[in-house]
Design a protein around this ligand. Structure first.
Ligand code: M6R
Length: 360
């Protein structure tokens, strides 16, 4: 049941410290700077030349996050919408690893793309939450995110776990391709092992409810981010639109001036996600919106330059840039939740949506 919470979504947001602990349990060893993904034999990914990540919706945002982690680790990767795969997939061969990211493991679009990739000779892997799911049976390899059941239609805890597992998997693939562990893994693994407690702190100190109240009734809600902040901006907007029914849109920060800026008014709050990568540029983009009257809500650590510029602040801890966006995402989940609550929306079961989309 929902226990002390009014909605499953809020319960699941609050479960993230536990679900993330479960995800990384036994899989990271910060002291030795090692990742242990025992489900894959030694050198499983040795021959991988490029990676395609396929998924839909929130899982696509996690896939985008994963593709950036892979690129940063020196592995060629791109994220693709599973429902576009049959009409425009880049060619694959036996040195292509295709990773299907699916919470349920039952999404028809994702399964179709996975089967296509497999038939065309790619190696396949699925990152899923559900043991015994179709994706787990179809793919050559499986990585379970161990988030526990998610009841709310809006994916929350499973996004965090997918992203974290893809960050780990990216390091492991890069290690196998290189033939040895990369440098600087220690700091990432240390921050990762601190993440559950840090999310706990964020959940107990968040001002997301007052932000939701302050910007209630606006015309549109924009979310911007760059690098790993971009998938977080897309996810922030998806969550917002699906449970509040208000218009929301996520953009790469730098894209704002290439068109969407025409929509910006005092009635369009802009949530700007700062992850520690080229933050000056993102701040400049946010200021361009602010100049047109839009309130800017900076999602960044305390003491960040953006705090002085912005109209409001959602705080995240100062952490590894690979993980910062995931804290920002938790703050944005909470803003969406509280905004939907003020509007008295049926948060756990938004109109027209289903938890698992098993039709094409
Ligand atoms: O089960 P999957 O992860 O394959 O589902 C894909 C999407 O339908 C899903 O992520 C959807 O976008 C979310 N429930 C939205 O919150």
């Amino acid at each position: 049941g929902k226990g002390e919470y009014d909605h499953f979504m809020l319960k699941e947001i609050h479960e993230q410290p536990v679900s993330l602990s479960q995800a990384i349990e036994g899989r990271v060893d910060p002291a030795r700077g090692r990742i242990a993904l025992e489900e894959f034999g030694p050198a499983t990914f040795e021959g991988v030349e490029s990676v395609q990540l396929i998924a839909c919706g929130t899982s696509y945002h996690a896939a985008l996050y994963g593709s950036l982690a892979l690129n940063r680790a020196g592995v060629r990767a791109r994220a693709l919408l599973a429902n576009e795969y049959s009409v425009g997939a880049p060619p694959v061969d036996e040195n292509t690893l295709v990773i299907a990211v699916s919470q349920s493991g039952e999404t028809a679009d994702t399964l179709n793309a996975l089967r296509q990739a497999s038939a065309e000779g790619a190696a396949t892997l699925t990152v899923t939450n559900v043991v015994g799911s179709t994706a787990a049976r179809v793919a050559d390899e499986t990585l379970f995110i161990r988030a526990g059941p998610e009841i709310g239609v809006a994916a929350t805890k499973t996004f965090s776990s997918q992203a974290v597992m893809l960050v780990l998997l990216a390091q492991r693939i890069a290690d196998d391709v290189r033939g040895g562990p990369g440098a600087d893994l220690e700091s990432l693994l240390t921050e990762l092992s601190r993440m559950p407690a840090a999310i706990d702190d964020l959940l107990s100190s968040t001002n997301a409810r007052s932000i939701a109240r302050r910007y209630e009734g606006c015309q549109s809600y924009f979310f911007i981010g760059r690098g790993l902040g971009f998938p977080v901006a897309l996810e922030g907007a998806l969550k917002f639109k699906e449970i509040t029914y208000d218009h929301a849109e996520g953009f790469a920060s730098g894209e704002l001036k290439h068109g969407p800026l025409a929509l910006v008014t005092p009635e369009t709050p802009v949530f700007a996600v700062f992850t520690g990568t080229e933050d000056e540029k993102t701040l400049k983009n946010a200021e361009e919106a602010q100049t047109r009257g839009a309130p800017v809500i900076a999602v960044c650590p305390d003491g960040h330059r953006a705090v002085d510029v912005a109209d409001a602040h959602l705080e995240i801890p100062d952490t590894d840039s690979m993980l910062a966006g995931l804290f920002a995402n938790v703050q944005l989940q909470l803003v969406s939740y509280h905004a939907a609550r003020l509007l008295e929306r049926p948060i756990d079961k938004p109109r027209n949506l289903a938890k698992s989309v098993t039709v094409e």
